[in-house]
Design a protein around this ligand. Structure first.
Ligand code: GDP
Length: 371
């Protein structure tokens, strides 16, 4: 088989099992009807069950297959997997914390995946290990992931030092936020030096990601008409740097103007990171211009905040925030799982909608379990 279809990390004499393109499989006996498990359906080979020790040792040994399986365990919504996942996490915890966590946001089409691909490939040349995670809480509402439904980061995904994981979905045992935080820790235990957490610039996503990362990058494009909107929404207040992407061809001039506008706007805002003045740069994920200086800026930032203690302080605050998030989430789950609450809720909701009782009274009735 041709070498161009093989990932770079495939062993020298590896065969088709290491192809990155789809190889023709055997004809299925299944009639194609989802859920139909008639005798014509060929049974999938049983998966080997991993023990807690298998998961922990596999992650620590940088075994990519086990790493992926551990994340799947963490993302599971079953109570049994949840308990096991938490134990795996607990054992991995002493090995976490060493990566640099970078959040990347921007509206769809701003060039986030192209940027990650270009910068990521440059990091690969430095022999750094990179994990790319996506956070898309909004997808659990729209039932489709904005970040997961296209062929993304093709070159990067073939590299042995890179691991890409699409956005998990929510669920009753904690939403996307818990899962992404825990996945970050697992990736750190597996030895990744840099973790990119990518999100789409809608709703609460940015605030969520800001609470998980050391450095937060906002990707913009010139002339999209959203500059002022961004300022109004306060998203740029969260950013340690604003990058005007697509500064190539006849767009360079407009990108420079946008850069100046943002730099001016930033003057009036408080920096999200003590001791750091947010920077504005132009770049092109397409040509690679200005991409490496972004990495140099991030390294400068890291040196600065580590020296001043702001790095440590932020991580401590983030951990405390996480504790309180988990408590709130758990309390809500327990509350709404209560059979009495479940029984009360439909009628109370109807009464609020019909104007029979005000929302405040409905809330008190629920909290006091008062029929
Ligand atoms: P995302 O939705 O933010 O992840 O954006 P993508 O990376 O998918 O990019 C959206 C489109 O913009 C794609 O067609 C890219 O090829 C294009 N694009 C991304 N970066 C650049 C760039 O720096 N210059 C130009 N000209 N196009 C770009």
């Amino acid at each position: 088989m041709s070498n161009k279809n093989k990932p770079e990390w495939a062993p020298k004499n590896a065969g088709k099992e290491f192809a990155t393109t789809v190889v023709k499989g055997k004809e299925s006996q299944h009639d194609g009807v989802p859920g139909n498990t008639s005798t014509r359906t060929r049974k999938a080979p049983a998966k080997r069950k991993l023990s807690i020790e298998n998961y922990v040792n596999g992650v620590l040994a940088h075994d990519r297959t086990i790493l992926a399986q551990t994340i799947t365990l963490i993302e599971s919504n079953s109570e049994k997997h949840f308990e096991m996942g938490q134990e795996v996490l607990r054992q991995l915890l002493p090995h976490t914390g060493k990566s640099l966590r970078i959040g990347i946001t921007g509206v769809p089409g701003a060039g986030k995946s192209s940027f990650i691909e270009t910068l990521g490939c440059q990091l690969m040349k430095e022999d750094l290990h990179l994990a790319v995670l996506a956070v898309d809480p909004s997808s659990s509402l729209s039932k489709g992931s904005v970040l997961g439904d296209k062929t993304r980061m093709e070159m990067l995904s073939r590299h042995q030092n890179c691991f890409i994981r699409p956005s998990p979905s929510g669920g009753k045992l904690g939403g996307v936020t818990r899962k992404t935080r825990e996945t970050t820790l697992i990736c750190e235990a597996a030895g990744f030096d840099v973790i990119f957490i990518e999100t789409v610039g809608v709703g609460q996503n940015e605030i969520t990601v800001r609470s998980m990362v050391d450095f937060f990058l906002l990707l913009k494009i010139a002339g999209a008409g959203d500059e002022l909107q961004g300022i109004k929404k306060g998203v740029i207040e969260l950013a340690d740097a604003i990058l005007i992407n697509k500064a190539d061809g006849d767009n360079i001039k407009r990108a420079e103007i946008a850069k100046r506008d943002f730099a001016n706007a930033l003057h009036y805002l408080k920096s999200p990171t003590k001791g750091w003045t947010p920077e504005t740069h132009t770049c092109s994920a397409l040509t690679g211009d200005g991409i490496y200086p972004v990495w140099e800026m991030i390294k400068r930032f890291e040196e600065n905040v580590r020296k001043s203690g702001v790095f440590e302080e932020r991580r401590n605050q983030q951990n405390l925030g996480w504790v309180h998030d988990l408590v709130s989430e758990r309390l809500l789950n327990v509350f709404y799982a209560d059979p009495l609450i479940k029984a009360m809720l439909p009628q109370l909701e109807k009464n609020v909608i019909n104007g029979k009782i005000p929302p405040t009274q409905a809330a008190w009735k629920l909290l006091n379990r008062e029929l």
